[in-house]
Design a protein around this ligand. Structure first.
Ligand code: B12
Ligand code: SF4
Ligand code: SF4
Length: 345
């Protein structure tokens, strides 16, 4: 990876843009220098898998009583699906060329985007993701590190030009500058990585996005060349295209696991997911969802109870909320939940 990109990564960490993702800051040289991760590596083969949606993923944002799950999480878990395919390819490589290999998708200390750019798959756009001339912003990435000495491809050029559609589309102003993301402001980070309550300043802007966000990707004009993905296991499940918030709010642990079996959503667990659903309920303007939020004010998990209090604060009038808060504060012992009942709306 170029020294310039390595320096940009160091700056991202120094500015704290990684938030609570401490694992990103652990041994940064393993990310910026593949040979530090594995000293035998001679070449990196980068792969992209098209997961282009078959509809505008932003359409569901207008259906405020429904939840918006980002495109990458509407189907099966790409980590498992792509890793399986990469392993098959790696086995073939080993059998054919007699080399050693390691296979990575997302979770290892590998900077997949700069590596994919260097391999000519696309360029890192102003939204910081890889954009491809053939597939727009909808490529998952994976890597095969190998001991084989392969000729290097030509790196792709930046084709963003004067466009800034992705930067202007972000609901939470998460880009301090083009090509830089402050993850702490990104809805993807807030709904997936954040373990505690979502900071108040972002709750309204989150709208009905309950897992991830696609706004900057979907705004990219290069998507006009994109095609719907063809990997059946990655295709959107009907139940996850625009799920009803009322139904999601009723999920217990077993129901959550059953609905999200083999889905990346499973990773956040039922309680964090319900927190997100309650933020969306608060933003729905739908009075029929008061009962769902009300039920969750007595959930065993404080994260859920606190988000339920916030949702009620949005849906009830001031007098109704004050009455409800007074009753709850009579028995609520958790400080973070008490703060939600006491906070100004
Ligand atoms: C941490 C992480 C996140 C974090 C931080 C995202 C980020 N942009 O860093 C959070 C949780 C927010 C996140 C969100 C998402 N993620 Co994510 N994430 C990762 C992960 C694990 C590491 C990324 C990383 O190293 N970040 C650290 C930053 C500093 O690195 P960077 O983005 O490359 O930053 C570079 C630029 O800032 C650049 N730069 C700085 N200044 C300048 C100036 C110029 C002129 C240029 C050209 C460049 C430049 O230099 C830096 C170093 O290269 C990768 C998987 C992996 N192992 O690589 C997936 C990955 C990046 N995520 C992915 C996806 C799909 C998403 C989401 C779309 C999911 C969703 N729908 O909600 C969103 C997109 C949000 C966004 N706009 O980036 C895909 C992206 C695929 C692609 N086509 O690029 C990846 C590659 C996973 C995969 N295997 O497919 N993600
Ligand atoms: S994923 Fe959403 S919140 Fe995150 S940077 Fe893109 S538009 Fe902004
Ligand atoms: S929306 Fe425009 S600026 Fe953003 S990545 Fe796409 S081409 Fe680049």
């Amino acid at each position: 990876m170029s020294a310039e990109r390595a320096a940009a990564f160091e700056r991202f960490l120094a500015e704290g843009h990684h938030g609570d993702m401490d694992w990103l800051a652990r041994e940064p040289s393993r990310r910026t220098d593949p040979a530090t991760l594995w000293s035998d590596v001679r070449s990196v083969i980068m792969l992209g898998v098209n997961y282009g949606p078959d509809e505008d993923p932003r359409a569901v944002l207008a259906a405020r009583s429904r939840g918006a799950i980002s495109v990458y999480a509407r189907g099966g878990d790409y980590h498992d699906i792509i890793k399986k395919n990469l392993k098959a390819l790696a086995r073939w490589l080993v059998a054919t060329a007699g080399c050693d290999v390691k296979v990575f998708v997302d979770t290892a200390a590998v900077m997949e985007k700069p590596l994919a750019e260097a391999a000519g798959l696309g360029w890192q756009g102003k939204h910081t993701n890889l954009v491809s001339r053939g597939f727009g912003s909808w490529l998952f990435l994976g890597a095969i590190y190998t001991t084989l000495d392969l000729p290097a491809d030509t790196s792709e050029q930046d084709h963003c030009g004067s466009c800034r559609a992705c930067l202007d589309s972000c609901p939470t102003a998460a880009f301090p500058a083009p090509y830089q993301l402050d993850a702490r402001r990104c809805i993807s980070y807030l709904t997936i990585e954040t373990k505690g309550p979502i900071p108040r300043e972002f709750r309204k802007a989150i709208g009905n996005r309950i897992y991830g966000c696609d706004d900057c990707l979907a705004a990219c004009p290069w998507n006009k060349f994109a095609q719907a993905g063809r990997e059946a296991k990655l295709a959107a499940r009907e139940a996850l295209r625009a799920p009803s918030l009322a139904e999601l709010a009723a999920l217990d642990d077993a129901g959550f696991r059953a609905l999200f079996t083999k889905s990346p959503v499973k990773r956040v667990g039922r309680d964090r997911f319900l927190r997100n659903v309650l933020i969306a309920i608060g933003n729905s303007g739908d009075a029929t969802l008061v009962g769902a939020a009300e039920r969750l004010t007595s959930d065993p998990n404080p994260l859920v109870r606190g988000a339920a209090a916030w949702a009620l604060a949005q849906l009830l009038d001031a007098e109704g909320f004050a009455r409800r808060a007074h009753a709850a504060l009579g028995f609520e012992a958790d400080d973070s939940v008490r703060a939600e009942w006491q906070a100004p709306r």
